[in-house]
Design a protein around this ligand. Structure first.
Ligand code: UDP
Length: 329
């Protein structure tokens, strides 16, 4: 298939692009490079430095490339930043998706796979989280993605020749096995890279945000899914998409690790000391979040292959050792 990947120079988009190429698909990469890295997209892949809010430019790429599926990753992803500047998120994420949908409508592109998030569930009413668990986001980031999901659903309802999928990611982690693609965020806030940066001496310490949660060891529990498994799920979902489809799936491994368990796992993988301190809870962090990923397994046969968190930590560690300055741009 001919696939347009928006946000192709970002962490998840770049891994998905590689999985698409590996599965024999043809790809076109799009990124405005506001946060992505040109070096994350192979030089032989057609690349457009375009903002998804430029509807005309996206439409032209869809038409001229005879695109059969859009994978829409382009978005900002910091919860804290979204609280500080909500309009930035509604503009970039929600208006960005609106623009992509308008371009898809005009170019009559038949499929779209949307990058959504477990943050749309907010503080869930049941655990594990199913696709039918009520979505009540507690921050503008989650809401910006939920609004995008709604737009997509409503657009699809009147477009019988269009099929789409919404993929709700849990905590994405790890890097390409050959350490050629990785996580290069500025600032970095995610748990595993933050710990690895402390081990590398790039930050003084790691602070555990709250040890008084109602969990077995008092720290928060999350479902950590390897980025390569996530990328494979995108390919599988896209290949299954038929006109009229509205496929919504959680992508996680189906069980959680606490912050302390992650710290222990890093200590086993990384043979360097790092300083850990206890800090207060971070606003908006629910005690435990993990997926029920059985729907995608039942319907498409996908399940995470990397279920040992050490695999993801090892791959991320290799990336950091090989690329101390990230992509260097
Ligand atoms: N966390 C932490 N210290 C950090 C970063 C994260 O204790 O420096 C905790 C955070 O409170 C959460 C978990 O690690 O319980 C995962 O956080 P992350 O920011 O990686 O992902 P999120 O769950 O917010 O999407």
């Amino acid at each position: 298939m001919q696939v347009l990947v928006t946000g192709a120079a970002g962490y998840i988009g770049s891994h998905a692009l590689r999985a698409l190429v590996g599965a024999g698909h043809r790809v076109i990469a799009l990124d405005n490079l506001s946060r992505g890295h040109r070096g994350a997209v192979p030089a032989d892949v057609p690349f457009h430095q375009v903002d998804v809010r430029d509807t005309d430019a996206v439409e032209t790429i869809l038409r001229e490339g005879r695109v059969e599926c859009v994978m829409h990753f382009a978005a900002f992803t910091y919860v804290g930043e979204s609280v500080e500047d909500p309009l930035l998120y509604y503009d970039n994420n929600t208006r960005g998706t609106l623009s992509v949908l308008r371009a898809v409508e005009r170019a009559k592109t038949p499929r779209l796979v949307f990058s959504s998030t477990a943050a749309t569930y907010g503080e869930p009413t049941e655990m594990p989280i199913r696709e039918t668990t009520p979505q009540t986001p507690i921050n503008p980031y989650g809401m910006s993605k939920l609004l995008s999901e709604h737009m997509l659903r409503d657009f699809a309802a009147k477009s019988p020749h269009f099929g789409y999928s919404v993929l709700r990611y849990f905590n994405v982690c790890g890097c390409a096995a050959d350490a050629s693609l990785g996580e290069d965020h500025e600032p970095e806030t995610h748990l595993i890279p933050v710990i690895l940066q402390a081990a590398l001496g790039k930050r003084e310490k790691i602070t555990v945000f709250g040890e008084d949660y109602p969990t077995p060891d008092g720290t928060c529990i999350r479902d950590y899914v390897h980025v390569e498994d996530l990328a494979d799920a995108h390919v599988k979902v896209m290949e299954a998409l038929a006109p009229g489809d509205a496929r919504v799936y959680n992508l996680g491994i189906g069980r959680g690790h606490s912050v302390k368990e992650i710290l222990d796992a890093v200590r086993r993988v990384v043979d360097r000391p790092f300083k850990v301190e206890s800090g207060p809870r971070r606003a908006g962090d629910p005690p435990a979040l993990y997926a029920d990923p059985s729907k995608i397994e039942r319907e498409l046969g996908w399940r995470a292959r990397h279920t040992d968190i050490a695999d993801a930590i090892e791959s991320a560690w290799r990336w950091f050792l090989a690329h101390p300055a990230g992509y260097g741009d």
